[in-house]
Design a protein around this ligand. Structure first.
Ligand SMILES: [Zn+2]
Length: 301
């Protein structure tokens, strides 16, 4: 059985296979709050630098900065990669489906290529601090993102990223959480606890350009709260379904606590670069060296 939403999803941007929904699993309770107060007290007592006492990225709510857009536009872009499924092709995968599937060996080679070239992964929180405040990043920084929440993102990619000490951002559509072929709530919580970032990718993957009235509550407010309940952490980063965005969406996201949003590869909006951050979809078949070259050519300026 497929819902209309999944017809849209699978028709337009092929993702995890859809099977009968599983029984509704219970949502995990939030974990313990980060020990922010204690860390702050220690900082004051020891006169330590703020960096030493800073809580892990993603554990503290970001207060939006009022950095001028031109300042953000002037900063060098960080390459951001977008993946969907990492698994070997199946005979039933159509040609268009394969555009969104990266075979496991190719993904491994791509990640090894990044590591061998000296790249460090950063998370959306670090990117935000860099773009809004000019906080320094490692010279060779890259952000790895996964959309849609397919279960191989936990079962396959997590084990490939771990030995390289790579962290990634996972943008989740909450309608599929706990359903077959998608990640379960406890897996999202585990990724978050292991230092990865959980962001929002709407409730059911509808195009934000079509939202009206209560759609913003259904697609952003409620699923944001759901992910925050699952992870016990603020969820303030958003990835547009299909990478599609318009100017009208930006104030809606902003007013609902999103501090930045990720599209695909169209030019950024000069007035709102934080809400039109660019990413490239990495296909299977690229070697590590090809990936590094594409990152350099795709994120100039
Ligand atoms: Zn998607």
């Amino acid at each position: 059985m497929r819902t209309a939403a999944f017809g849209l999803l699978i028709g337009s941007l092929v993702s995890c296979e859809w099977k009968e929904p599983a029984a509704q699993a219970s949502v995990l309770k939030p974990g313990p709050a980060p020990a922010k107060t204690e860390a702050s007290a220690n900082t004051a007592a020891n006169h330590a630098s703020p960096a030493e006492a800073a809580p892990p990225a993603g554990t503290v709510k970001i207060e939006p900065a009022s950095t001028p857009a031109a300042e953000i536009m002037a900063r060098k872009q960080v390459p951001i990669l977008c993946y969907h499924q990492v698994r070997d092709y199946r005979p039933t995968d159509s040609k268009s489906a394969r555009d969104y599937i990266v075979p496991t060996a190719d993904f491994k080679a791509q990640m090894k290529g990044l590591a061998d070239s000296g790249y460090t992964t950063i998370l959306p929180e670090q990117l935000y601090q860099y773009l809004s405040s000019g906080t320094q990043l490692p010279e060779k920084s890259v952000m790895i993102t996964f959309d849609d929440g397919c279960d191989e993102q936990f079962d396959i990619t997590r084990d490939i990223l771990k030995p390289l000490d790579f962290k990634a951002a996972f943008f989740i559509m909450t309608v599929s959480v706990n359903r077959p072929n998608f990640m379960r709530a406890e897996q999202l919580k585990q990724l978050s606890d292991e230092g990865h970032s959980i962001g929002l990718h709407t409730w059911d993957h509808h195009n934000v350009k079509q939202y009206q009235g209560d759609d913003w509550v259904k697609q952003i407010e409620k699923p944001k709260a759901q992910l925050e309940k699952i992870t016990g952490r603020p969820v303030q980063f958003f990835a547009y379904p299909f990478g599609l965005w318009n100017q009208a969406a930006i104030p809606e996201l902003k007013s609902r606590g999103m501090v930045a949003a990720f599209q695909l590869s169209t030019p950024r909006l000069a007035e709102s670069p934080l809400y039109t951050i660019r990413r490239i979809i990495v296909p299977g078949g690229w070697t590590g060296a090809q990936l590094v070259n594409r990152m350099k050519s795709g994120f100039k300026g």
